[in-house]
Design a protein around this ligand. Structure first.
Ligand SMILES: Cc1cc2nc3c(=O)[nH]c(=O)nc-3n(C[C@H](O)[C@H](O)[C@H](O)COP(=O)(O)OP(=O)(O)OC[C@H]3O[C@@H](n4cnc5c(N)ncnc54)[C@H](O)[C@@H]3O)c2cc1C
Length: 413
């Protein structure tokens, strides 16, 4: 994978003969989700919104220090630590911001508890996680953290007999709304008046108390901080194409999917809360074992009710992703095909998509990004947050309409 301004991209030597499996597992082409549901779970999902579920829970890591270093409740880190310490895996493959340079992020093989803890938190730029497969040691067993399109690609590889992919015994991953192109950071530091000859020395996406803030330090000693809810203003300008094209929010091919448990009650309590979904019997048994030992503090939730915490993002992916891909194809642009389509999409939802997509198209242009750099974050952060909340409120009836009984129709071959 080569590093580019728009994230990691595969680079092939001229004349490379790719195996058919590379095409089948390519997220850019679009993985056949219905076929993968059958191959991996043996049936179509009970919920077309969030996939196969064994159990949904909310809570956090029992160890306060693990909880504090996590992006939400530290559940992912706690489970990885438990897998390593109980000898179920030799190492965990995790994402680390700052490797090989502060503004870059890479997969790393963590074979000690310290290395797993050092990789806690979310990385909101694309990370080529599966690039690591070629570096796995024969005979060793691994867990890995992946975003949805990577988890689906890994399962495709596993079910097609790819040897390194089969060394991965546990797949964990975040609910994934939007990721940003690395250029977002550059824009952010320039907007804060950081000179070009004052390089960034460290970056944390979710520093401090949940929900956390973006913290950037520079060589001259400058420390920039922006609350998570404020730096969301970068999204319309730098959202990745993969985020817009994916139709999977809840990371449906992980053994364990974890998101932020957004609710007024949890937000008032502070401290970091996750929504935690188990999707395999072996992960469910592990989570139960950890709850009994106090390593996880989790309570059962109703599967459908829990989706309300993320209704907007689920709609953004399931219906929005489909509409955006369809529109791209209509104007002759490439877009992934997942082999399924929403059974119905109300016209009002397509109108809402026109507003959203127009914003993204304008935001991604050089003039719009230039204007953005001229506005202090102290102004755009709160203003954007207000606009975002107003849009969320205004579009809620449209975006939630038909979501409760949402289903997909599988494409005929
Ligand atoms: C790009 C992105 C977008 C997200 N969008 C949403 C959203 O819209 N709504 C929501 O509820 N939650 C979202 N999340 C999930 C949320 O930020 C937390 O990651 C999740 O709640 C897990 O929290 P935790 O405390 O259990 O994780 P931690 O205990 O902090 O562990 C996280 C683990 O995931 C690994 N990891 C971090 N980033 C990546 C990455 N990019 N690729 C692969 N592995 C990674 C880390 O190395 C670490 O091991 C997103 C996460 C990402 C990475």
């Amino acid at each position: 994978m080569g590093r580019t301004a728009t994230g990691p991209k595969p680079a092939f030597a001229p004349g490379t003969a790719l195996p058919e499996l590379a095409w089948e597992a390519c997220p850019g082409k679009g993985i056949d989700y219905p076929q993968l549901y059958l191959d991996h779970y043996g049936r179509m999902p009970d919920s077309w919104l969030v996939g196969h579920i064994v159990a949904t829970r909310t809570g956090y890591a029992g160890d306060p220090s693990v909880r504090a270093c996590g992006a939400s409740g530290g559940v992912t880190t706690a489970v990885l630590l438990h897998l390593l310490q109980s000898g179920r895996i030799d190492a965990a493959i995790v994402a680390r911001q700052g490797v090989p340079a502060p503004l870059e992020a890479s997969p790393v093989i963590a074979s000690t508890a310290e290395e797993i803890l050092d990789a806690a938190q979310s990385v909101y730029i694309p990370v080529a996680m599966l690039d690591i497969l070629s570096r796995l040691e024969p005979g060793k067993r691994y867990a890995i953290t992946l975003v949805p399109e990577q988890a689906a690609a890994l399962r495709r590889l596993q079910h097609s007999g790819h040897p390194q992919a089969q060394q991965i015994d546990y797949v964990l991953g975040p609910y994934t709304g939007t990721a940003l192109y690395p250029a977002a950071i550059d824009s952010f530091v320039r907007a804060h008046g950081v000179a070009k000859d004052d390089p960034v020395t460290s970056l944390e996406w979710r520093a401090g108390e949940w929900p956390g803030y973006l913290e950037i330090k520079t060589q001259s000693g400058k420390v920039l901080r922006s609350k998570k809810v404020y730096y969301n203003f970068l999204i319309p300008f730098f959202v990745t194409r993969a985020s817009l094209q994916s139709m999977d929010f809840a990371n449906e091919f992980c053994d364990l999917s974890v998101g932020d448990a957004w609710s007024p009650a949890f937000e008032a309590q502070g401290g970091g809360h996750s929504v935690v979904v188990t999707r395999s019997a072996k992960m469910e048994a592990l989570v139960e074992e950890m709850i009994a030992a106090g390593a996880l503090v989790l309570e059962r939730e109703d599967d459908l009710k829990a989706t309300e915490m993320h209704g907007h993002m689920i709609d953004f992916k399931k219906r929005g992703g489909f509409i955006r891909n369809q529109w791209r194809r209509k104007i002759g642009l490439a877009a992934p095909d997942y082999g399924m389509a929403p059974a119905t999409i109300p016209p009002s939802r397509k109108m809402a998509e026109l507003v959203i997509s127009t914003l993204f198209v304008i935001g991604s242009t050089a003039p719009a990004r230039f204007v953005l750099r001229q506005i202090p974050e102290s102004v755009i952060g709160p203003v954007f947050n207000k606009l975002r909340l107003s849009w969320k409120k205004a579009s809620k009836p449209t975006k939630r309409k038909g979501l409760a009984d949402f289903r997909m129709i599988v494409d005929e071959e």
